[in-house]
Design a protein around this ligand. Structure first.
Ligand SMILES: CC(C)(COP(=O)(O)OP(=O)(O)OC[C@H]1O[C@@H](n2cnc3c(N)ncnc32)[C@H](O)[C@@H]1OP(=O)(O)O)[C@@H](O)C(=O)NCCC(=O)NCCS
Length: 250
């Protein structure tokens, strides 16, 4: 799905994957060799599945972006296998397999396609139990994505463990959202900024605080950040999960 984001010059491509998708597309058909090796290092099934769902969502987003990359004015090579014609079944799985998402020194996703290290596209991804989400974007754009399941215990951990800014506390008091959902919205917004900056959470958490959050429509919120005024975020609240996407405006 192609998403235009107000203030970002080029669109981004969003994709998600759920456990059920793995019945249609078994991991070994779309994971690159190095990804299979990494997946087999997980001792437990759920972390392995989460990793796999993140990779699947990432590849789907990259494949969609790759097919329309001319629209984004990309000049670097992406891959000869991601042709604009799309593909079905085995052919499509092969295309996904040619994309490898590894991790850089700080844990950030790094895209390689068929041994190339393409300069055209970047990806940000997030996974929770049973769900992987990803966004692909023109390399050089600073974009981060985070998803959390709406879960009272997780929200309590945020409440107890994360010092909130005055602005965030005021919003929490004034919003009509249930507190757990609101806390997780704040948290995903902060994490999405950390990913867009490339630090993840390996930074002072207060540097990720929000300045303002506005309701933009049913289940949609937009926000700005206290210390990173050039970034914005959009959050989406679903029945079971909340997701935030942070991006640097031009
Ligand atoms: C990055 C971080 C915010 C992830 O949050 P999370 O809620 O646990 O997990 P999510 O599923 O939402 O996101 C995980 C994905 O974020 C991405 N990511 C990790 N570090 C990142 C970074 N510094 N910048 C951007 N994206 C990053 C990865 O793609 C990762 O998935 P993958 O390992 O399967 O590739 C968090 O783990 C973190 O900041 N950790 C501290 C940084 C750290 O210690 N890094 C270790 C480097 S060795």
């Amino acid at each position: 799905m192609q998403l235009p984001l107000a203030g970002l010059e080029a669109p981004v491509w969003f994709a998600s994957a759920s456990s059920a998708d793995l019945n249609e597309l078994p991991p070994e058909t779309f994971l690159a060799e190095a990804e299979c090796a990494r997946s087999s290092e997980f001792k437990f099934g759920q972390p392995r599945e989460n990793f796999t769902l993140g990779r699947l969502a990432g590849k789907l987003a990259l494949a969609a972006a790759g097919e329309t990359r001319r629209d984004i004015g990309a000049t670097g090579p992406l891959t000869p296998t991601l042709s604009p014609s799309g593909g079905e079944g085995e052919d499509f799985a092969l295309r996904l397999r040619s994309i490898e998402i590894s991790n850089g020194e700080r844990g950030e996703p790094v895209v390689r396609v068929g041994g190339w290290n393409p300069t055209a596209l970047g990806v940000s991804l997030s996974h929770v139990n049973g769900l992987g989400v990803a966004v692909a974007f023109p390399a050089g754009a600073r974009v981060g994505l985070d998803v959390e399941l709406i879960d009272a215990k997780r929200a309590e951990t945020v409440r107890k463990g994360v010092p909130l800014s005055g602005e965030e506390e005021s919003w929490l008091k004034s919003t009509a959202l249930p507190e757990a959902t609101a806390l997780l919205l704040l948290w995903t917004a902060r994490e999405s900024l950390g990913k867009a900056l490339g630090t993840g959470l390996a930074c002072k958490w207060e540097s990720l605080a929000l300045r303002e959050i506005e309701r933009g429509g049913e289940g949609v919120y937009s926000g700005s950040f206290l210390h990173q005024p050039q970034f914005r975020c959009i959050s989406r609240i679903g029945a079971e999960a909340v997701m935030s996407l942070a991006f640097e405006i031009a």
